[in-house]
Design a protein around this ligand. Structure first.
Ligand code: ADP
Ligand code: ZN
Length: 746
């Protein structure tokens, strides 16, 4: 045994770091971030070497020894390892599990390494250690080495297998001796796309200032965080691209996080066409093998830029100089299971660890980011006008309270889905050969079904929500658990007739088709675009103007750039206003501003119609006025007064269980324990709840929650530890999840 002690994260659901002893033979090989094999419990486990450990205070403790080191080059890069340690601590998640989740599956699962997919070529490469003379007693292996040396040190495995019987077996043994290595090359590699395509040489004055400032920050080579606040259509992407060009010139790498790859084919396309194969695109639909290949290419520095969704925050980009988070306000940067991280926040942490520049870009920055800029923690870059001084679209309100027919028979009935002014605007726009986007944040045909006699709503059997009628699928569906069923015609309670109320995107599509039979309409939501291919196809077809009207959910509100769109209609602005979430107003403002921003991005000016019952509500008034600053001022004042983020830190504790009483009892018990540990009121730490969650049942589980609020992240720590201490004793029918800096309130 060497005198070295190793601190190890074990890839199992256990907290903390473990100390192991190190056999003499392995001591010189060990480097932080390597995958290792350690004895654990009664068996073995995959672990990660973190660094030297201090000698435990009790010398009688018998330490177990590391069994093997799996990597020469550490699998986890230094900065990623530091980031993971931060995240595991901050989000209170087992470090070994966090590391495993951050790695491509191919590196953490034994089977995945064995199966080669046809989309890669595997080469066997002789290493400098390869010596046929050392293989006198292994003629089959010697034959492979001789063959390799004869053909220049490198051959495809298929070729070897063909030339030498049993070569596959021999290669495996040679790999373990270190005499050969396997190299994998994606088959499409080398397909170079047109470089330098579509570069905007002439920047707008505001873009110019932003690019110059970022170049200075990159040259300085130290941690500098920026908020890039640019109105929709102001050309933020060109700023990212030119900053990325600069970081490549400095010989460094870059990382760009986007909300959803399939929804941002244009942005990805622009990165691809500008940087060709030096970009790895990391999305959730990648096969394990592809993910592994991209990962290895980045790790080796063959590929310098990664574009990806939130999990790309762990991408092993080398010499990271720049991180961009596009649409930083987007809720999809929050991971909602396992390690519940916020990738936008981790982007800033990683930039600090690497001494990198980080740019958080949005037309509607989150209030968290805005407040950081106001306090001077982030520098602010602004693009206040659109490219080519195109005007912002004019936003008009259609007051649905006035659109409702007022005769006694129709009182209380729903107004038409598409109001008269909206139809007139569509007519005019389509008449000029221009395109229309209709936005409604609800899928399906009718969004709730109700008995006209007794008023009972049709609800999901396992969730505490009403079901949605999907006419195209001829069924009702629960949007929380996905369970479907036949469409009921009669009430289960009283046999009364079921009314189909509430409008979803399917119904809007149907009405558009009925009103405009000579124009093509398509729908963009999770039902219509169930696969990434279908989604890309729809967006491309709309961009080619084969579709006149696009109806969709928030999927239409993302960063699309369709110059043919001059009219955007919001079918019902009120859907997101009344959700019991302190961010409801902010979300509504973001969503409406973003969707409005799709209008008038080309030569022709755009306009926006917003149908609403609440024209005087704060977010809607501010959207009409394009007044982000005014909205944020009011909202921040309100958040401060009620002690909500960004002026306070929160943690949610969710208790879910099979049995309603047991779940309630445990939630209340946890509440009491926290209450007992509460610091004096002057510390500003608060406990809200325990209370049933706004949606009290999902997938048959009863849900309770506790909310903790405190002035700092650290102020919540002892209370969360108190809860964690109780977890091992809980019955298996109850699950408790801690969500630090939560986004989901339901
Ligand atoms: P944002 O992301 O800020 O909404 P984009 O980056 O999509 O805006 O840019 C809007 C449009 O303006 C795109 O079609 C883009 O190609 C174009 N554009 C960007 N910068 C320039 C420029 N300097 N000159 C001309 N067109 C530009
Ligand atoms: Zn359900």
């Amino acid at each position: 045994m060497s005198s070295l002690l190793a601190s190890v994260a074990v890839g199992r659901p256990v907290r903390g770091e473990f100390t192991y002893s190190v056999p003499e033979a392995l001591a010189s090989k060990l480097r932080p971030g390597q995958r290792i094999v350690v004895p654990f419990g009664r068996g073995k486990a995959l672990g990660f070497y973190l660094g030297e450990a201090a000698r435990p205070p009790d010398p009688s403790v018998q330490l177990k020894a590391i069994i093997d080191v799996l990597d020469d080059e550490p699998a986890v890069a230094k900065d990623v390892l530091q980031l993971l340690r931060f995240a595991a601590e901050h989000y209170r998640y087992p470090l070994g599990e966090a590391i495993r989740a951050a790695m491509p599956p191919g590196l953490t699962q034994q089977q995945a390494q064995k199966q080669a997919r046809p989309d890669v070529q595997r080469f066997v490469v002789a290493t400098p250690m390869a010596d046929p003379a050392a293989l006198l007693r292994a003629p089959a292996q010697a034959a492979v080495i001789q063959y390799l040396l004869a053909v220049g040190g490198r051959a495809e495995i298929e070729e070897l297998a063909h030339a030498i019987p049993g070569a596959r077996e021999s290669v495996k043994k040679l790999v373990s001796r270190g005499f050969v290595q396997i190299e994998e090359v994606p088959i499409e590699a080398g397909v170079k796309e047109g470089l330098q395509h579509g570069r905007h040489e002439r920047l707008t004055p505001e873009q110019d200032v932003a690019v110059a400032e970022l170049a200075r920050a990159l040259d300085a080579g130290e941690f500098r965080p920026y908020l890039l606040h640019g109105v929709t259509g102001s050309g933020k992407t060109e700023v990212y691209l030119q900053a990325m060009e600069h970081v490549l010139r400095l010989g460094k790498g870059g990382l760009i996080l986007v909300p959803e790859i399939a929804l941002t084919p244009q942005l990805v396309g622009r990165f691809r066409s500008r940087f060709g194969t030096s970009v790895a695109v990391l999305h959730s639909a990648l096969k394990d093998r592809e993910r592994l290949l991209h990962w290895q290419a980045l790790r080796k520095g063959d590929v310098r830029i990664a574009v990806g969704v939130r999990s790309a925050i762990w991408a092993p980009v080398r010499d990271l100089g720049l991180i961009v988070v596009d649409e930083e306000h987007d809720p999809s940067f929050k991971q909602e299971d396992k390690l519940r991280y916020q990738a936008r926040d981790l982007a800033v942490v990683r930039a600090r660890l690497c001494g990198a520049t980080v740019v958080l870009g949005s037309a509607t920055p989150s209030l968290e980011t805005l407040e950081n800029a106001r306090r001077g923690r982030y520098s602010k870059l602004e693009l206040r006008s659109r490219v080519d001084d195109r005007p912002m679209p004019a936003v008009h309100i259609v007051d649905l309270r006035r659109e409702r027919p007022r005769t006694p028979e129709t009182a209380g009935t729903e107004p038409p889905v598409l109001s008269t002014p909206l139809l007139a605007a569509m007519e005019e726009t389509l008449g000029k050969g221009q395109q229309v986007i209709l936005f409604l944040n609800r899928r399906g045909h009718s969004t709730f079904l109700l008995c006209e006699v007794c008023g009972t709503a049709v609800r999901c059997r396992s969730c505490d929500v009403s079901v949605t009628h999907h006419q195209s699928m001829r069924k009702v569906m629960c949007h929380y658990c996905g369970e479907g069923g036949p469409v009921p015609e009669r009430c289960a309670e009283c046999n009364g007739t079921i009314l189909k109320l509430g409008v979803g995107t399917e119904r809007v599509e149907e009405e558009v088709a009925a009103h405009f039979p000579n124009h093509s309409v398509a729908r963009l939501d999770r039902d219509a675009a169930s696969s990434a291919e279908r989604l890309t196809e729809l967006l491309a077809s709309f961009a080619r103007r084969e579709i006149d009207v696009l109806v969709g959910t928030q999927m239409v509100a993302k960063g699309h750039d369709f110059p043919g769109v001059t009219l955007v209609c919001v079918v019902m602005a009120d859907t997101s206003l009344s959700i019991p979430d302190f961010r409801a107003a902010e979300r509504t403002f973001h969503l409406l501003t973003q969707v409005a921003g799709r209008a008038g991005r080309g030569r022709d000016p755009g306009r926006v119609l917003v149908q609403t019952y609440n024209p005087d509500s704060e977010p809607i008034r501010r959207v009409v006025a394009h007044d982000y600053d005014g909205f944020s001022d009011t909202e921040l004042r309100w958040r401060r007064a009620l002690a909500y983020p960004p002026f306070t830190r929160m943690a949610a504790v969710r208790v879910e269980g099979d049995h309603p009483e047991q779940t309630a009892r445990i939630a209340q018990d946890l509440g009491q324990r926290v209450a007992r540990r509460m610091p004096p009121a002057s510390h500003g730490v608060r406990l809200l709840g325990p209370a049933p969650a706004p949606i009290t049942r999902i997938k048959g589980k009863t849900r309770w929650q506790l909310m903790l609020k405190g002035p700092t992240h650290a102020s919540l720590g002892p209370l969360l530890s108190e809860i964690e201490a109780r977890l091992p004793e809980l019955p298996s029918a109850v699950k408790v999840v801690i969500d630090v800096d939560p986004t989901a309130m339901l």
